[in-house]
Design a binder for this molecule. Structure first.
Ligand code: ATP
Ligand code: MG
Ligand code: FE
Length: 346
């Protein structure tokens, strides 16, 4: 069974092709991504209208490249999955419209797929089927959540989430404060490797005795970094960029991994998946590995290419939907910008 996956929720136009075999295994055949990130860089964040237009221009060429790489024809496709939410309305619509057109003309089933569940599904392309249950730490540009995944295709429950900024958003905002380019994750990750993570004691949000145990807060941390940097500049002192980056990153990695491990222990879950764009972070991965090993939890983190937005993860989720016998979507499928993670397919 060949599943085509289409992603256009934010600023990446992604087309993936996956083969699902009889025993539920997935084989990645193509994963083509066109990003409009450079067009947004000077604004320090994604500009929705610019992203939509870029998707329109990139969709067909990206589709062609994917089929070329896989050595497949359109007529080889057995099912189509498309991100129908959450994301930017105009951006999502480009992918959803394309997917509907292909599904209608090819006469194959169409699945409206949840982008966040797709981030988790990405891991199955690299490490095989997920055991049930498993705990997912989903950390991306727009979300930071702890999820209990009983079945990737049908049963995902939110255990906790950020009450303000997402982890990726905090990286992007702190990068701006430090004069680093957008998106901020990769340059902060690099600077942090040269700095001292214990140089500055930045606050760990929501870790007090009365705070929600499995929720996150990154807005106070972002403000603390900005205040610290401003105070330095006001005093005419040089800002130790590498130390600020390392100390900020340590605060993020500490809270994320501590709460994730605590949740896994509390709910007696033996496997943890960390996914989403921020899972590409070297320190989060290292600290998660350390703490999971200490707690006897099996850790799975997909490679960075599969962590950030792509079409292969949507194809992977589509394959799980097909394998689970989930009802396909109707051809009046639309975009759902606020789709909750518990709705895996619509
Ligand atoms: P969502 O998935 O919530 O809709 P999104 O799709 O925009 O949001 P992703 O593409 O999954 O988000 O992730 C992008 C985010 O990942 C950006 O905020 C970026 O700064 C961050 N990021 C990428 N690489 C790293 C890294 N090495 N360390 C930390 N953050 C990173
Ligand atoms: Mg992106
Ligand atoms: Fe994403």
């Amino acid at each position: 069974t060949i599943v085509l996956g289409i992603e256009s929720s934010c600023d990446e136009t992604g087309v993936g092709l996956v083969r699902l075999d009889g025993d539920g295994r997935l084989e990645l055949l193509a994963d083509e991504v066109a990003s409009s990130v450079e067009q947004h860089a000077r604004f320090g964040g994604v500009v929705p209208e610019v992203a939509s237009r870029a998707h329109l221009e990139a969709m067909v060429p990206t589709m062609r490249r994917a089929f070329e790489v896989a050595g497949l024809k359109l007529s080889d496709v057995d099912a189509i999955a498309v991100t129908s939410g959450p994301g930017l309305a105009g951006a999502l619509l480009v992918g959803v419209s394309a997917a509907k057109a292909y599904a209608l003309s090819l006469g194959v089933p169409l699945y409206g797929a949840n982008h966040l569940a797709g981030h988790v599904a990405a891991d199955t392309l690299e490490h095989g089927p997920l055991p049930s249950p498993c705990l997912a730490l989903l950390v991306s540009g727009g979300h930071s959540q702890l999820l209990r995944v009983d079945d990737l295709a049908t049963r995902i429950t939110e255990i906790g989430s950020t009450i303000d900024d997402a982890a990726g958003e905090a990286y992007d905002k702190v990068a701006r404060v430090l004069g680093l380019p957008y998106p901020g994750g990769p340059p902060i990750d690099r600077a942090a490797r040269r700095g001292n993570p214990r140089a500055i004691a930045f606050p760990r949000g929501l870790t007090g005795p009365r705070d929600a145990e499995y929720d996150f807060s990154f807005s106070g941390l972002k403000t603390a970094v900005a205040r610290w940097v401003e105070a330095r500049e006001r005093d005419g002192e040089e800002v130790p960029l590498d130390d600020v980056a390392a100390s900020f990153q340590e605060a993020v990695a500490d809270v994320l991994t501590a709460k994730a491990v605590r949740a896994a222990e509390r709910f007696d879950i033996g496997t943890m998946v960390v996914s989403g764009g921020v899972a590409a972070n070297s320190r989060i991965k290292a600290l998660a590995a350390e703490r999971c090993a200490a707690a006897g939890i099996t850790l799975r983190v997909p490679k960075p290419r599969l962590c950030t937005d792509n079409g292969a993860m949507v194809a992977a989720l589509g394959a799980h939907l097909v394998a689970a016998g989930v009802e396909p979507s109707s051809l009046d499928l639309s975009a759902t910008p606020g789709l909750p993670v518990s709705t895996v397919s619509v």
